[in-house]
Design a protein around this ligand. Structure first.
Ligand code: PFF
Length: 447
């Protein structure tokens, strides 16, 4: 397919909103605060920031550059660089595509719950008490229905294409998300108990730091920047050649980290406000009762205890979560859709619908066998596959691609790069330090 048929982001702002939309998701507004709350607060925050700056950001530049050079789906882009080993290009491109689909299959279930929690207070207000209860009660029927609704929303956006679908919706939804966040944070800080949460968030407790925590922080950073699975590669492929990749990647990473930080600023204080209102959040031994429950029990009971204002705040909070999830899920679906569209020459609309359906089947399977499958799929795809695929992309940048060709690609949007400290450090850093560091983080628990 000629690159002119592929679609392109129409502006740098649009790209930043789309890439930040992909990055900002449940990982930021749920995963990060939950991990922080269960791993000693500020200590986790600091290690996470280190992982972000030292590993995830350089890898984001790497993925965007591969995609922008290839101007194709991840399989096609890798094939253009791996000219002497097309088999490996196809193998790893396909693995990335499958991992993105795997992530979407469990992510859609979570996002479905969030829809349920957002709609439930509205149903209660209009008197549909039993529907309101059903929407927030764990059950296969509810899980499946809400997952289907969320997948339909995702397919609706992706089938419209890059500028008309992904960019338009990300540019609309992301500013709404920022505004909602701000309002909620201001509100929570007026509540009794919030300062205790702030203390836990910002004053480190080093007792919790161990090898496992570093692995978690790395996985969280990779997940948060949507790395490994080809999502940033495919977004990079829709980026015009005059864009400065390191600078744009920096902005995306800052927005993503900023939103995670603000989510912590909302959720940790909210936990303690809930505690001050009599909701149990810590066990006898001082551990968080259940990290998964944080968002689904602690917060709704907090909202409940606040009366009518709480209902409104609750709807706003879950609307925010659904928006964050949607701008991420469209990036996940875009990976296989772009592959099917360009590798198999199937039209975008059709690709989006077919793949949406196939992934939905897997989601339903996971929803129906929740206890056995959910954790496994989530852990395998995010904690292991994402960083390991990151190692492969680092090898592609550092060992497969020639340094000159790499320089030429980045120079297009950043002519003076050759003279910068970034260019002196980054190529060798991605070539040697990133793969070794990622593997060492994995190996650490076994040493
Ligand atoms: N970055 C998203 C989050 O933090 O929730 C998750 C994600 C999006 C992972 C897109 C992978 C992906 F391709």
């Amino acid at each position: 397919m000629a690159s002119s048929d592929r679609g392109q982001f129409s502006s740098r702002f649009g790209f930043i909103m789309a890439a930040a939309g992909s990055a900002v998701g449940l990982g930021n507004v749920w995963g990060f605060p939950t991990q922080t709350a269960s791993n000693g607060g500020a200590a986790f925050l600091l290690i996470y920031l280190l992982m972000m700056a030292l590993l995830a950001f350089p890898m984001l530049v790497a993925e965007l550059t591969i995609g922008r050079y290839g101007q194709s789906n991840p399989i096609g882009s890798l094939r253009k660089i791996w000219t002497n080993n097309r088999l490996l290009a196809v193998l790893f491109g396909t693995t990335a595509m499958l991992t993105a689909s795997m992530i979407l299959s469990f992510y859609a279930i979570l996002a479905g719950w969030l829809i349920g929690f957002g709609v439930s207070p509205i149903m209660k207000l209009i008197g549909l008490q039993s529907l309101s209860e059903w929407l927030i009660t764990f059950g296969t029927g509810r899980n499946v229905l809400l997952t289907v609704i969320f997948m339909l929303m995702t397919v609706f956006v992706v089938r419209r294409g890059v500028a008309d679908g992904i960019e338009k919706w990300s540019s609309r939804l992301m500013p709404v998300l920022f505004a909602l966040f701000l309002v909620l944070i201001i509100y929570i800080f007026t509540q009794h108990g919030a300062m205790d949460g702030l203390k836990m968030y910002l004053v480190p407790n080093w007792e919790h730091v161990n090898g496992g925590l570093v692995v978690n922080a790395m996985g969280q950073a990779f997940f948060s920047l949507s790395l490994g699975v080809g999502a940033m590669m495919v977004y990079g492929s829709y980026l015009s050649k005059d864009v400065n990749i390191p600078k744009t990647a920096g902005q995306v990473a800052i927005i993503d980290t900023g939103v995670a930080f603000f989510a912590g600023l909302l959720i940790l204080p909210a936990m303690f406000v809930a505690k001050a209102n009599g909701v149990q959040i810590f066990s006898e031994t001082g551990e968080l009762i259940s990290s998964g429950n944080l968002v689904f029990t602690v917060l709704p009971s907090l909202f409940d205890s606040m009366g009518l204002v709480g209902e409104i705040v609750g709807v706003a909070f879950f609307a925010l979560m659904v928006i964050a999830a949607l701008t991420s899920s469209i990036a996940m679906l875009e990976v296989p859709v772009s592959c099917l569209q360009e590798e198999m020459k199937i039209k975008r609309e059709k690709s989006a619908i077919i793949l949406g359906l196939v992934i939905l089947v897997f989601s339903v399977l996971i929803a129906a066998n929740f206890d056995t499958l959910f954790d496994w799929v989530a852990t395998a795809s995010t904690m292991y596959m994402q960083p390991l695929l990151g190692v492969v992309w680092a090898i592609v940048i550092g060992w497969v691609w020639s340094r000159n060709a790499l320089l030429k690609e980045i120079q297009q949007g950043y002519p003076e790069i050759e003279k910068t400290w970034f260019w002196r450090i980054w190529p060798i850093y991605v070539k040697v330090v990133c793969p070794i560091a990622i593997i060492m983080v994995f190996a650490y628990p076994f040493l």
